[in-house]
Design a protein around this ligand. Structure first.
Ligand code: FPP
Length: 260
């Protein structure tokens, strides 16, 4: 049930909506997009609403961006939904976020399956509430044989702890005599990370104005293009997503080389 996203963008363009579709070179789209979905709280506060309302609106945005990325043929999308630092928030807000994970998978699982999306998770999900773990398990199971876009939900994720875990895995292999220290290379290290098998992000988007990485995919974003927008996550529409993609395709990626 792929939506006619291109038709929609063309119609909007004819209607005077801002994004210049002609400047989007579809052959240059990122293979993997990582997103720091920030600003739900501020979005809600600005409207005199509780933070939970911001997260709920953020879930709607997340749904729209998953659909848009899939319609555009993006290979992988990684969404930072809950960091290891987010446990510092009030208990009620944390509980609401886990409730929302359940709400999302209850309402969107059929569509994700239909879209052939593979749902993966980053972070230690074993400490999440039992009901959330059940949704995580079910989403993995229902999509494990799919072959389409990979959507990785980072839940209780922290990049430094992922790197420490990878280091432990490699150290154990060295200890077991399976690997010599001189054989450890970037590929071995990447493969020991939770993102093993997914190409590194080409584009990292962060909404809501802060210009930082917040312990997200530190190893994997070594050469990613960074895109920051002042818009809060609930205001990050499909058009804004497309704008980020246009910007990305217009950048020159040199990977440390010089222009010939
Ligand atoms: C950051 O905004 C957002 C989060 C910590 C939660 C992101 C959650 C969603 C988008 C909801 C749906 C998620 C799933 C997986 C169903 P913030 O609260 O830090 O905003 P603020 O900086 O303005 O306070």
């Amino acid at each position: 049930m792929a939506l006619d996203l291109w038709g929609m963008f063309r119609r909007r363009r004819r209607a005077g909506v801002s994004v210049d579709l002609e400047s989007l070179d579809r052959s240059q789209l990122p293979r993997h997009i990582a997103v720091i979905m920030d600003g739900n709280g501020r979005w809600a506060r600005a409207r005199g609403m509780p933070r939970a309302a911001g997260h709920h609106a953020g879930m709607g945005t997340m749904r729209g961006i998953i659909r848009a990325a899939d319609d555009l043929g993006i290979g992988a999308l990684t969404l930072y939904a809950f960091s290891t630092e987010n446990w510092k928030r009030p208990r009620q807000e944390i509980q609401y976020l886990w409730q929302l994970v359940g709400e999302f998978f209850r309402s969107d699982m059929d569509e994700l399956v239909e879209r052939n999306v593979r749902v993966w998770f980053l972070g230690d999900t074993t400490v999440l509430p039992a009901h959330t773990q059940a949704f995580v398990k079910e989403a993995r199971r229902l999509t494990e044989d799919n072959t389409g876009m990979i959507v990785q939900f980072a839940l209780n994720y922290g990049s430094r702890s992922e790197i420490v875990d990878a280091t432990r895995t490699i150290a154990r292999r060295v200890q077991a005599g399976e690997l010599r220290p001189e054989d450890i290379d970037e590929k071995q290290f990447s493969d020991a990370l939770a993102t093993c098998g997914v190409p590194d992000p080409d584009l990292l988007i962060r909404t809501a104005g802060d210009v930082r990485i917040s312990n997200f995919l530190l190893w994997q974003i070594a050469y990613a293009e960074l895109y920051f927008t002042p818009l809060a996550w609930p205001d990050f529409t499909r058009d804004e997503f497309l704008r980020a993609l246009v910007t990305y395709t217009q950048r020159e990626r040199r990977f440390g080389a010089i222009k010939t």
